[in-house]
Design a protein around this ligand. Structure first.
Ligand code: PAD
Ligand code: ZN
Length: 362
């Protein structure tokens, strides 16, 4: 099958022929119909976050079940599915409590080291990164990493549910617990940040301030429910937010992965506010904080991993909201591309102009 392989950090994506195994045990073979370009895959392609080339990245996928292993109980051939990088065993205390993002044994979803690798090239192993390896014609995933989805949801929109939506909307709803009437600021309005706006709107936020450097993104943010927008190029972002909210916001979300914007998120909080850090920072980055600022103003800061999602609960929930017209997924899709356009599409993402590019031709 055709797949976009990362052969070295910073070397981009090479579309090549590779081999994929037949499903074993609880594995499901999926014909991928749509695969979204999250910014995280660009980080993982450029820097060593524990996944090493040769590897196939891609973790925002939607497709159709093409085959099932003998122990699969949840899916049948022909089902429409969404995949996620959240790996959970289903049996540890965290999983049994519904906290699947805190699973103690995520490796239970992968093949054992003595089993043949899921992906290979001329007999040599190729890493199926995150257990999804979505930049390819087909993927082989443990059934815990898949969720059945109503076929009425188009594949491109469905793919974004797998990361951008569960992370962004989940950050507002699950991680931050935004309550009706609260004020929210979102710094960075890409595929994930726009979904934070959706989550804040669903949670009933009174004021949602979108912040980016790009005027088109600010315009787009209004289509997701931003009540106010601030261009970071127009001066002091923190002062602008404080002015709009009479002193600061209850919740600020950093959705880029930069030190300066993470500090902005903390600085723009109202008394008792919470800053939620979503963007992935370069390895070894540090942020210096003034403890007295936290103490006096009772601020909180938290890291957000995958919007504290339980994918089996949250993905069907967001899909149903989309079908009811209550969740905007369509405007997230900036462009549908072919797998051969992957490098160019990531160059576009770097400019901050696209929300989500989605591969729909393999
Ligand atoms: P993206 O590239 O689509 O969006 C980033 C946005 O930030 C763009 O709109 C930029 O214009 C904007 N931006 C850049 N610099 C600034 C600045 N100085 N001030 C204001 N705006 C700015 O990325 P994405 O939405 O796909 O992902 C965002 C981050 O979230 C990225 O670091 C990704 O790796 C991370 C992520 N984290 C998780 C998690 O579980 N924590 C999950 C998924 C993605
Ligand atoms: Zn992602």
């Amino acid at each position: 099958m055709r797949a976009a392989v990362v052969n070295g950090f910073g070397a981009g994506f090479d579309v090549e022929e590779i081999d994929i195994e037949e499903p074993r045990g609880r594995e499901v073979l999926v014909d991928i119909k749509a695969s979204g370009l999250c910014h995280s895959d660009l980080h993982f392609a450029e820097t060593n976050f524990g996944m090493e080339p040769p590897m196939v990245l891609g973790h925002e996928i939607a497709g159709v079940v093409a085959g099932i292993g003998p122990e699969v109980t949840e899916f049948s051939v022909g089902d429409h599915v969404v995949g996620s990088l959240v790996q959970f065993c289903g049996a540890c205390v965290a999983c049994l409590s519904g906290d699947t993002v805190r699973c103690a044994h995520p490796e239970a979803t992968l093949r054992a080291p003595d089993e043949p690798p899921r992906l290979s090239r001329r007999g040599e192993p190729v890493l199926a990164a995150m257990g999804t390896a979505g930049f390819a014609e087909q993927a082989l995933l443990h059934e815990n990493q898949l969720v059945g989805i109503d076929p009425a949801v188009p594949f491109a929109e469905a793919s974004v549910l797998g990361c951008g939506t569960i992370t962004g909307a989940g950050a507002a709803i699950n991680s931050a617990g935004v309550r009706p009437g609260q004020t929210v600021a979102v710094i960075g309005l890409g595929g994930v940040g726009l979904n934070v706006i959706s989550g804040a709107r669903l949670a009933g936020a009174a004021r949602i301030i979108g912040i980016d450097l790009n005027d088109e993104k600010l315009e787009l943010a209004r289509a997701f429910g931003a009540t106010d927008v601030v261009n970071g190029r127009d001066g002091d972002v923190v002062a602008a937010v404080q002015q709009l909210t009479d002193g600061g916001v209850d919740h600020a979300f950093e959705v880029i992965g930069r030190k300066d914007t993470a500090l902005q998120a903390i600085a723009m909080l109202a008394v008792g506010g919470t800053a939620s850090l979503i963007g992935i920072h370069g390895a070894g980055s540090t942020i210096e904080l003034d403890p007295n600022d936290f103490l006096r103003w009772q601020k909180k800061v938290q890291g957000v991993y995958m919007g504290h999602a339980n994918i089996k609960r949250d993905i069907p929930f967001y899909a149903s909201l989309f079908l009811q017209g209550r969740l905007n997924l369509t405007d997230l899709i900036s462009v549908e591309i072919g797998i051969d356009d992957l490098n160019e599409a990531y160059d576009q993402l770097r400019t901050g102009r696209t929300a989500r590019s989605v591969i729909t031709r393999f």
